[in-house]
Design a binder for this molecule. Structure first.
Ligand code: UDP
Ligand code: MG
Length: 311
């Protein structure tokens, strides 16, 4: 019976793996916890793969998943989440910026009844070029999602197993795990955690990668609000477009018959109205297709015995 599974994505972190593993094992031992450690080697090109293989050979609790190429942190976490056996799951970065000594505090918070506890790097030891965009990112995400936490993207997080089994991570979605968990109806909170400067290797994330993730936020928001009824979203836009389009055409007719202005003088307006009508029909059709997809999706989910939380 495993109490806690650690999931650690690593890309070129040869300098820290041994120390990190020792620190985790020390904490597990002192807390009397049965644990397992899953390293996901996300296509490293340094000594990471060899070091991990040695750790697996020497230490019973350690396992590794190797990606042949770099697939990103989200894919790495997801691969780990599929394997875990523990009642509780903890993710942390492999560069020792996250502190394994926080494990007991995170677990204690879960035991208070929360489903997910996100770390909050209240005092963050990273250059301003990282912390500033990160602040902006966190504020925006919090505003848009209504989830009041400070540090969505902190690598150090703890979950009940059901949470990691209910979410699916790809692309840059690892930044939005609290949002995804909340969407599934889980109770999410945060605690401040200590954060150390990087002492080995290089950071893999610049401001560029952070902004790339904003498209994923749009996806997440869209999924959150409209998965269930895409027709209601696209249909509403389409209807609006049709109404305005009809209005424009009626206006052109009024100009012709009441004010005797020939069609030729209003060609642009005429075409604009027609464009809006076509756009409206397209939007409604998109909503319909979306609705059909959702219907099929829910039907299949029902067949495979999955839970249907959509009522
Ligand atoms: N990482 C990964 N795949 C990637 C990028 C990063 O597995 O494509 C790992 C990395 O090795 C580290 C964690 O994700 O364990 C966080 O990355 P990093 O420390 O570079 O991010 P930062 O702390 O600078 O935000
Ligand atoms: Mg780091």
């Amino acid at each position: 019976m495993i109490d806690v599974s650690l999931v650690i994505p690593v890309l070129n972190e040869e300098g820290t793996l041994k120390t990190l593993t020792d620190k985790i094992l020390t904490v597990l031992r002192s807390e009397n916890l049965q644990g397992e450690i899953y390293f996901i080697n996300d296509g490293s090109t340094d000594q990471t793969p060899e070091i991990l293989d040695t750790l697996v050979k020497d230490i019973e609790q350690v396992s590794v998943i190797h990606f042949r190429r770099n697939k990103g942190k989200a894919a790495a976490l997801q691969a780990g989440f599929r394997q875990v056996k523990g009642r509780y799951v903890i993710t942390m970065d492999g560069d020792l910026q996250d502190d394994p000594e926080e494990i007991p505090r995170l677990l204690a918070k879960l035991k208070e009844g929360w489903d997910m506890v996100s770390g909050w790097k209240k005092v963050r030891h990273d250059p301003l070029s990282k912390t500033l965009p990160s602040k902006l990112f966190n504020k925006t995400t919090s505003l848009l999602t209504g989830i009041r936490i400070h540090d969505f993207n902190c690598g150090l997080k703890a979950y009940r197993k059901e949470v990691v089994q209910s979410i699916s991570l790809y692309g840059e979605l690892h930044r939005y795990i609290p949002v995804l968990a909340k969407m599934e109806g889980f109770r999410v909170t945060e605690i401040p955690v200590t954060h150390h400067p990087r002492t080995s290797g290089k950071s893999k994330y610049g401001a560029g990668r952070m902004f790339k993730g904003f498209f994923d936020l749009i996806t997440v928001l869209f999924l959150a609000r409209f998965t269930l009824r895409p027709m209601h979203f696209f249909g509403m836009l389409g209807l609006l477009s049709v109404i305005v389009g009809v209005g424009v055409e009626v206006w052109v007719l009024i100009l012709k018959y009441a004010y005797h202005e020939p069609f030729q003088t209003h060609v642009a307006m005429l075409l604009f109205g027609i464009l809006l009508l076509i756009l409206g029909i397209q939007l409604v059709s998109m909503g319909l297709i979306g609705e059909m997809l959702v219907y099929q999706f829910r039907k299949n989910k029902g067949k495979s015995g999955g839970d249907d939380d959509t009522g």
